[in-house]
Write a new protein. Sequence first.
Length: 260
Amino acid sequence: MGKTDQDWEHFAQTDPYYAVLTEKAYHRSNFDASARERFFETGRQHIDAVFDAVRRHLDAGFNPQWALDFGCGVGRLLVPLATACRFVTGIDVSVSMLREACANLEQRRLSNVALLKSGDSLPLLAGRFDFVHSYIVLQHIPVARGERIFASLVNAVREGGIGALHVTYLRVSSFLARLSYRARSAAPIVNGVANLRRGLPFGLPMMQMNEYNLNRLLQILHDQGCQRIHQILTLNRYPKTTIYGTMILFQKAGPTANLL
């Protein structure tokens, strides 16, 4: 459990923006003012698209006041959420990520955001939020742990509120890609050599990619009173691997939920 936490602190200390979006433009060696602007523009576009999908498929009057972003990283999605909502909570496992997020928020003079270090259970947040969001985060957490966090995030949504949680559920890889992944997972020296071949530091940890059982996640939603969902399918293609995912949008049943 602790290893992935340590890995993400390592990512945050060495190359935080590239760890959030693994594109060459966001690598520390390339990250200039123009790349920073594009980085945060992708966050605005994402939140705009999620809000639009919620209004079209779940709640036409969606206008969240209290929002939570789990795995907030450097604040890519906190910035647009803070401009759209009255108050936002950002949660991340890495103290260094939270420190960078704080600097980004201060630079934009956004004072309506609270930053918290995450844990597997979020009991104090139960039923507090109009909108709970997490994107390209749970895939990096081992499944058993991720399912507990998923349940806690669903529990954080108030009655009638909306959630938008992204997971990956299938990875299709060549035989050599699967073999390489297993070898890098099992032997740090193999991962180190693979890093050097990619021009990365030898000691950089391997970023986990995990697939979730959608039946189990749907059961969690059902058991917590989420009777309406909409899914947005995602697809990421790499040279030898294709990763299938879905953003699950859901509304918790309650006085303001439109169930028909």
